[in-house]
Ligand binder design. Structure first.
Ligand code: HEC
Length: 219
């Protein structure tokens, strides 16, 4: 009886694997799950000599994959493994960005947090597959300096411009777009559309802070 029980427990333990564990075990010998985009860009500019990757991270852009790698060898997976892996690698790039990025809140949560902590609300307007938005997510929002600056003085909200309505009767612009709102939710400090570098984005955040100090609002 004891042996049967132990057997059952062992079986459960063997199968109670997560998609992440299977990815590490079956794919991790070639694929590193996350490398900051700034490092990837440098690496591919130098013909993959810096990191010498054997496979793309699953966040790489298609052009880099085609230019730098040969075809992936066939890999045999059990049905069990495939079933667990599929949801894990679905939206992988997006998930990696979210987990390495600044924390986002709902607008209601953000207003409360902004009031409690004397911060500015920043709404990041995006739509899916907008290249500029993906660029900002991968190249700017995951950088430590940007995360620190945002954490210190801002509360970030991400809104899908096709599905969600902006507060204060704000009209959506092209994406990505950034709307800065005072902690009481009454004033629009500024709105900016487009992409930028880490430096440019940090400068923008500084300007917004200055505008709040000077009481300068758009409306
Ligand atoms: C022996 C090394 C190796 C292993 C192990 C491996 N891959 Fe790959 N993989 C590659 C290479 C090389 C490429 C790039 C060429 C290509 O797309 O075929 C690639 C490409 C990919 C891509 C396409 C990436 C893109 O951005 O286009 C996916 C998805 C992928 N692999 C998933 C997996 C999964 C899931 C596993 C584990 C079950 C796995 N790979 C195991 C080498 C490997």
């Amino acid at each position: 009886m004891r042996f049967i029980l132990l057997g059952i427990i062992a079986t459960i333990l063997t199968y109670a694997k997560t998609g992440e564990e299977i990815f590490k075990k079956r794919c991790g010998s070639c694929h590193i799950d996350y490398i900051p985009q700034s490092k990837l860009i440098k690496n591919y500019e130098n013909g993959n000599q810096e990191l010498n990757l054997t496979a793309p991270t699953l966040t790489d852009f298609e052009d880099w994959v085609i230019e730098n790698f040969k075809t992936m060898p066939p890999i045999k997976l059990s049905e069990e493994e495939a079933e667990l892996l599929a949801p894990y690698i679905f939206n992988f790039a997006e998930k990696m960005m979210v987990s390495h990025s600044v924390k986002r809140y709902s607008y209601e949560e953000a207003l409360k947090k902004a009031q409690d902590e004397n911060k500015i609300v920043m709404i990041e307007g995006y739509i899916r597959f907008c290249r500029g938005c993906i660029k900002m997510d991968r190249e700017v929002f995951v950088e430590d300096r940007v995360k620190k600056a945002l954490d210190k003085n801002f509360v970030v909200v991400k809104m899908n411009m096709l599905l969600e309505k902006l507060p204060l009767n704000l009209k959506s612009m092209g994406t990505p777009a950034f709307y800065f709102i005072t902690k009481d939710g009454k004033h629009v400090i500024d709105k900016i559309q487009g992409t930028g570098t880490v430096e440019e984005f940090l400068e923008l955040l500084e300007n917004i802070r200055q505008n709040v100090k000077d009481g300068k609002f758009l409306k």
